[in-house]
Design a protein. Structure first.
Length: 95
């Protein structure tokens, strides 16, 4: 899973983020132009995860960051990350 995080981090420059207040729109760039037809909407937790992903990211570090920011049991965090990271990876890899 840590390898997926590194691949997502590598693809981050190919996306533009637009905060709408309650959500974060993740918009892919194609030829340096935003493709508004294929954006992904991230809720507060998804946006937090996206912002936390960097070159030093690991699942353990993300779990700790989420645990410290949100009032969520660790078991729920682990379950959510297990689902979310592969989905985010698939989205960022396909654009």
């Amino acid at each position: 899973m840590n390898a997926l995080l590194q691949e997502i981090n590598h693809r981050k420059p190919y996306f533009v983020c637009k905060n709408t207040g309650e959500e974060l729109l993740l918009i892919p760039l194609k030829d340096n132009v935003a493709d508004f037809n294929q954006y992904l909407v991230l809720n507060e937790l998804g946006a937090f995860i996206w912002e936390q992903i960097n070159i030093n990211s690991s699942v353990a570090l993300l779990q700790d960051a989420i645990f410290n920011e949100f009032d969520v049991p660790l078991s729920q965090i682990q379950h959510d990350l297990t689902k979310f990271i592969p989905e985010l990876h698939q989205y960022t890899s396909s654009k």
